[in-house]
Design a protein around this ligand. Structure first.
Ligand code: HDE
Length: 698
């Protein structure tokens, strides 16, 4: 026998030979490891070689198959929305909507339809961070009894462009630059702003993207939108227009920019972890589906075009009708098989829902099927479990790479008369139950010659950007102006910031002045608008701060402890926080036991340096005099408190912790309390009034 080598003993059988021969036969109660051909594997640790120090043999099919499969584990990532997190759940209808749509999922009160929902950032690669300033994807696959319906939306109700033909330019401009391959996952760079500043139709979307909407606190706390105007069609064939909205039960909430930046360091997977943990803990995130339903006459009365995806219809003008709820109650079993391989397609639609002529939507109807073939490698991607409809699929499409079905019989064409001869002839079309495209009455404005044009009202690029601006609180306005300053400060092309500010002058004089001042550039001339903007009434519904839901539900409270922390105060705080629906998270200088006042030890949930306060919605500093003295020497503790205060969070503290708070620059205000009810109330808010004292905003 050759030299003895240590043999891995993971499987509990031990042994010190370099040639592994299990001591016993098959392990009782364990599954056999096999190759993909089902052949049992005798040794998963040593490849086959000629002698202990000899060459590895080509003959080793176990090795070759394992490495071959590994080599091909990655598939092309999505060109956009590559970074995503997803969950299973259901959609439950509140009532029958048969008057407006024949879609089966909306026919019965209490009807539950299974869904798979994938959230994503847009610009970054699959391994990028969760909290850049970016739009978030909000894609819902409804597995209805009549086939799959994909509502592939975003967390912002409009888009950058009006016509699909511009999409590759938008994406090229925003993703990492072609020659240097940076920056990853962010729009704060030359090519994006060069392109955007030359494209006035982006202005409304830029206002949203520079607002706090683009830095959500949690995937569970963001809205979703179908964006385009769609159609609903009822049994009688009557059609209405519709816009789809998702509203989070936990309220809409965002982070601050400084917080989002620091979250990128604190936890790359901040949103993914948050979603996964909430579902794993049984705190199922929930959204309501709201519809804005309207007819042609209403559409024509609006001063903007409902086919233009850069426009909203304010809720104050057309309220939402809440028609059901979406609950996410199960994490994927396997990230790749489900979250990565899920293939959304806006063209997946069911009878009762239909498209409109929105030129962006029309382009999307082509793009997604095309991209799935390139990403998943075969026209049979619909057979993957996550994509397969949960209703019968019957047609004469055949073959192709990775065909997983085994169709039987001779009939692979139609029409056929095989059934007349006693053989199954296969499925047939049905004009009654089959999907029928809504037929517009002839001769309407939507029909015409073949022209490369856009409808007249699409030329108004600024009125709704102004509407968005005037609908925000002054704190939100300063965040928007500051975001423009931040992003444009990263732009090295000198001609770009003045050009962008020249566009902003069409939105609001003050906004443009603030951005120019923040950049330290002279106010440029206004760029002539294609169509003069008009003043629209503000829509308070567009402000996050005006609609903040004061709740601790689904939030996380960080509790800083150290040696000698009062056990009673700590226990009652944890009880209160949990009772209010939040998750307490104990942070200590050492993750192992911290000695409390009652002589007992407490294990922390996180170590101080690895658990900075940006991970929490509010914080508690529960220290003894001795613990405080120790932490006064620790930069991480000071930063923890400085950031919590700077991110406008509620802070509660014991009297003994005061020296640390003072050293961190905490000034008394309504958000700084002693432990108890005052803290629970404060923790459900952010203290935006504090901000102007703490940082220079544009
Ligand atoms: Fe997409 N988009 N998109 N998009 N999009 C993709 O499809 C595209 C647009 C959206 O979680 C791709 O499977 C074009 C608007 C989401 O898997 C691709 C145009 C909206 C997701 C594609 C748009 C979206 C995608 C990349 C302009 C909001 C992620 C990989 C006409 C309503 C879905 C893929 C997921 C993904 C094309 C515009 C949302 C390349 C051509 C507007 C949420 O097919």
């Amino acid at each position: 026998m050759a030299d003895k080598i240590a043999f891995d003993t993971d499987r509990g059988e031990g042994g010190e030979t370099h040639q592994h021969v299990p001591a016993k036969g098959p392990h009782e109660g364990m599954d056999h490891l096999t190759t993909n051909q089902g052949i049992r594997v005798s040794d998963n640790q040593n490849s086959l070689r000629s002698g202990a120090r000899g060459p590895t043999l080509l003959e080793d099919f176990v090795l070759r198959e394992k490495i071959f499969h590994f080599d091909h584990e990655r598939i092309p990532e999505r060109i956009v929305h590559a970074r995503g997190s997803a969950a299973h759940g259901y959609f439950e209808s509140y009532e029958s909507l048969s008057e407006i749509t024949k879609a089966d999922l909306f026919q019965r009160k209490g009807e539950k339809t299974p869904v798979f929902v994938r959230f994503s950032t847009v610009a970054g690669g699959a391994g990028s961070v969760d909290t850049p300033r970016d739009v978030r994807g909000f894609a819902v696959k409804f597995y209805t009894k009549e086939g799959n319906w994909d509502l592939v939306g975003n967390n912002i109700p409009i888009f950058f462009i009006q016509d699909a033909i511009k999409f590759p330019d938008l994406v090229h401009a925003v993703k990492m630059e072609a020659d240097r391959a940076y920056p990853q996952a962010g729009s704060a760079h030359d090519t994006f702003w060069d392109w955007a500043s030359l494209m006035p139709e982006t202005t409304h979307m830029l206002m949203w993207a520079m607002s706090d909407r683009a830095i959500p606190r949690s995937l569970r706390m963001m809205q979703g939108f179908g964006i385009h105007t769609f159609r609903l069609v009822n049994e009688a064939g009557q059609s209405s227009f519709v816009k789809f909205h998702w509203r989070p039960k936990l309220g809409t909430q965002s982070t601050l920019w400084d917080e989002a930046l620091k979250l990128q360091a604190a936890d790359n997977d901040y949103h993914r972890r948050d979603l996964y943990e909430a579902i794993a803990a049984g705190n199922f995130p929930e959204w309501e589906l709201g519809l804005q339903v309207f007819d042609e006459k209403f559409a024509e009365s609006l001063p903007y075009d409902v086919l233009d995806p850069t426009k909203i219809i304010p809720e104050e003008i057309l309220p939402l009708k809440m028609v059901g709820r979406l609950v996410l109650d199960r994490n994927p079993d396997n990230f790749f098989a489900e979250t990565e391989q899920v293939a959304y397609c806006p063209a997946n639609i069911v009878p009762g829902v239909d498209f409109t002529n929105d030129p962006l939507l029309q382009g999307r109807l082509f793009s997604y099927l095309d991209t799935q073939k390139s990403r998943l490698g075969t026209a049979n991607f619909h057979q993957l479990p996550i994509n397969a409809p949960k209703c019968p699929v019957m047609n004469f499409q055949r073959d192709g790479q990775m065909q997983m079905n085994v169709p039987t019989g001779r009939a692979n064409y139609e029409p056929n008369s095989l059934s007349a001869h006693g053989e199954p002839g296969g499925p047939r079309e049905c004009p009654v139950t089959g999907f029928r495209t809504f037929e517009k009455p002839a001769g309407t404005a939507e029909q015409g010659d073949k022209l490369r044009v856009r409808a007249e009202l699409f030329a108004d690029h600024y009125s709704q950007a102004r509407l968005f601006w005037t609908s925000q609180t002054s704190s939100e306005q300063s965040h928007i102006a500051s975001a423009f300053v931040f992003e444009l400060s990263k732009v090295g092309l000198e001609q770009v910031p003045p050009r962008m500010v020249g566009n902003l002058l069409n939105v609001d004089q003050q906004l443009a002045e603030r951005v120019a001042a923040g950049l330290g550039i002279a106010l440029p001339n206004k760029n002539a608008p294609a169509r003069a903007p008009i003043d629209l009434d503000p829509s308070p519904a567009l402000s996050i701060q005006k609609n903040m839901k004061e709740t601790l539900e689904g939030r996380k409270i960080g509790i800083l402890i150290a040696e000698g922390t009062d056990a009673k105060v700590l226990a009652s705080l944890i009880k209160d926080v949990t009772g209010a629906g939040a998750t307490p998270f104990v942070v200590a200088p050492k993750i192992g036991k911290t000695g409390l006042s009652n002589g007992k030890g407490m294990k922390a949930d996180g170590q101080l340096l690895g658990s900075p306060s940006q991970l929490f919605d509010a914080v508690a500093v529960i220290l003894s005099a001795e613990g405080c003295r120790q932490l006064l020497q620790d930069g991480a503790a000071l930063q923890w408190i400085m950031d919590a205060f700077g991110h406008l969070k509620a802070i509660t503290h014991t009297a003994e912790a005061l020296p640390l708070l003072q050293k961190a620059g905490v000034e008394p205000d309504d958000g700084v309390t002693s432990p108890g009810n005052d803290f629970l109330k404060a923790a459900a808010k952010r203290f935006f009034d504090r901000e102007p004292k703490l940082r220079m905003l544009a």
